[in-house]
Ligand binder design. Sequence first.
Ligand SMILES: *[C@@H]1O[C@H](CO)[C@@H](O)[C@H](O)[C@H]1NC(C)=O
Ligand SMILES: *[C@@H]1O[C@H](CO)[C@@H](O)[C@H](O)[C@H]1NC(C)=O
Ligand SMILES: *[C@@H]1O[C@H](CO)[C@@H](O)[C@H](O)[C@H]1NC(C)=O
Ligand SMILES: *[C@@H]1O[C@H](CO)[C@@H](O)[C@H](O)[C@H]1NC(C)=O
Ligand SMILES: *[C@@H]1O[C@H](CO)[C@@H](O)[C@H](O)[C@H]1NC(C)=O
Ligand SMILES: *[C@@H]1O[C@H](CO)[C@@H](O)[C@H](O)[C@H]1NC(C)=O
Ligand SMILES: *[C@@H]1O[C@H](CO)[C@@H](O)[C@H](O)[C@H]1NC(C)=O
Length: 420
Amino acid sequence: MRVSLAKLFALGVLAGSSQASPVQPQHTPQVHPFTVNLSSRVPRMLEQIRSTQLLSQPVYIDTGNANGITLHDLKSFQKQWLTAFNWESEQKEINKFKHYTTLIEGLTIHFVHEKSNATDAIPLVLLHGWPGSFLEFIPIIEELTKQATTASGKKVSFDVIVPSLPGFAFSSAPPVNWTFPDSARLINTLVTQVLHYDTYALFGTDIGGGIGWELYDQYNTTVRAAHLAFLPFLPLNSAQLDAQNITLNSLEAFEESVTTEWSTTGEGYFLEHTTKSNTTKPNTIGLALQDNAVGQLAWIGEKFLNWSDPSAGSAPSILTHHEILRHVSLYYLTESFASSVVIYAQNPQGFSSAYRKARTDAPLLFSAFKYNVGFWPPALVAQTGNLVLYNNHNFGGHFPGLDNPPALLGDLREIGNYWK
Ligand SMILES: *[C@@H]1O[C@H](CO)[C@@H](O)[C@H](O)[C@H]1NC(C)=O
Ligand SMILES: *[C@@H]1O[C@H](CO)[C@@H](O)[C@H](O)[C@H]1NC(C)=O
Ligand SMILES: *[C@@H]1O[C@H](CO)[C@@H](O)[C@H](O)[C@H]1NC(C)=O
Ligand SMILES: *[C@@H]1O[C@H](CO)[C@@H](O)[C@H](O)[C@H]1NC(C)=O
Ligand SMILES: *[C@@H]1O[C@H](CO)[C@@H](O)[C@H](O)[C@H]1NC(C)=O
Ligand SMILES: *[C@@H]1O[C@H](CO)[C@@H](O)[C@H](O)[C@H]1NC(C)=O
Ligand SMILES: *[C@@H]1O[C@H](CO)[C@@H](O)[C@H](O)[C@H]1NC(C)=O
């Protein structure tokens, strides 16, 4: 339990934590090769999954997924976790990639770094969200490093960097009041001072989209292309879109309806994690589920199911139930559930209604996916940066690296058309 105590201390949950203010590193932090090895925690996880007794039938009637994850789904996941899932083999797959850790501003930061053969490869940072992780991008890392072409025939390949954000997986929980701009500063330090790239491109989704936009806005000499699937600006409702004379085609209108559904029936988790409404307590859900494998499965699994294309798991999606179990296992085994949910409370202003243009001339690319829970039409995205490409996909959702990897890969390669 050493790790979880350290994390709780960092979160300020335990009394007496005094937080040093962030300092820039005096000299280049060292990079240490890292092997994922969570084997010692696996017996405890299996024991918990096995001993968790779910109801024999739903409390009332089974109302489908409108009330959250169904008892039926949770039971089927529980069974699969015990009978058809083996963390050791997942770990082996994950360790095929080159992992590293480094220390920045007193925080351990874990990242995957895979380089291309090409000498003109573009450094590309991929930023995940909640309840995601670096695993969201595993399916596209190798392809991104290969030499390929953009739609217009330009050669392109990438050096890929996938960090675990502070509070997630193998990265330290950050100090209290740590914000998206703090994470942005830390990522910029990682890429420029630790890995010594002068300039780079980035992709971000969910929280990673918020951090990505901050990087795009604040580090305009080093971030020379940004590609986002999510913005740190609140999507507009239909009346607000009308007021701006923004009209939607039929795919866009559907995506707007998914966003409306999120804000009317889907934001319970958000209110629980944040402190914005004064009524909710992130520590309560964080500590309640920190050492509860099936509980984390319900809380996280529901989001994977609800925020993805209903055809998730069938091509081109690889977001199977197995993949969801891989993610939940990572959260449980790395003891990072409590530190991951607190990011909402740390960023009460994380999503703003005050749209503004990033202070940069670097190109901005945007990918929309049919079932994503946030929708921004091209006219709105253009209000936030130098929008050069907007692709809308009628398959996929909130986890494009998993539920539409070919589309995300193709869109990312288009960065090559605008890279100077
Ligand atoms: C993980 O650590 C255990 C010791 O705790 C060791 O036996 C095992 O070989 C390690 N696995 C890997 C993949 O490094
Ligand atoms: C990288 O270069 C090696 C040696 O030239 C070659 O075998 C390999 O196929 C190349 N890999 C890629 C992804 O281009
Ligand atoms: C964190 O922010 C809260 C609210 O602004 C403030 O009261 C508190 O002192 C801050 N804590 C630290 C350690 O800066
Ligand atoms: C929307 O269109 C109307 C009618 O053409 C025009 O009067 C109004 O100024 C427009 N509003 C915006 C925000 O462009
Ligand atoms: C939260 O509480 C503070 C202090 O009581 C109050 O000023 C603020 O308006 C409340 N915010 C909401 C969203 O209720
Ligand atoms: C997500 O949940 C809502 C209820 O909040 C439900 O209406 C909707 O159909 C679900 N969407 C998917 C893709 O499962
Ligand atoms: C970067 O931002 C600063 C303002 O913060 C602005 O003066 C400068 O022109 C911007 N540079 C580029 C290349 O966009």
